[in-house]
Design a protein around this ligand. Structure first.
Ligand code: ZN
Length: 62
C-alpha cells in the first residue's frame, strides 16, 4: 500500500508524486487527522482550514 501524504499547500491527502489538486510536490507524510469535506459552504472545518473544494484533507500538518 502506498504511503499517504498531505499537500503542504492545500492539505489534500494523496498518494503519488504530486498533489492532484494544486500540483505541488511539497508534502508531509506525518500529518495528523483526516477529514472529508463534502460541502465547503456548510462546513465549519472547511472554513477554519480555508478549504474551497470538497475532498479529503489533513487537519494538521507537521
Ligand atoms: Zn495541493
Amino acid at each position: 500500500m502506498a504511503k499517504q501524504k498531505a499537500c503542504k499547500k492545500c492539505r489534500t491527502i494523496y498518494e503519488g508524486v504530486k498533489c492532484p489538486k494544486c500540483g505541488s510536490i511539497e508534502a508531509v507524510d506525518n500529518f495528523k487527522g483526516k477529514v472529508a469535506i463534502l460541502n465547503t459552504e456548510e462546513s465549519e472545518i472547511a472554513k477554519n482550514l480555508e478549504i474551497k473544494e470538497k475532498g479529503i484533507y489533513a487537519t494538521r500538518l507537521r
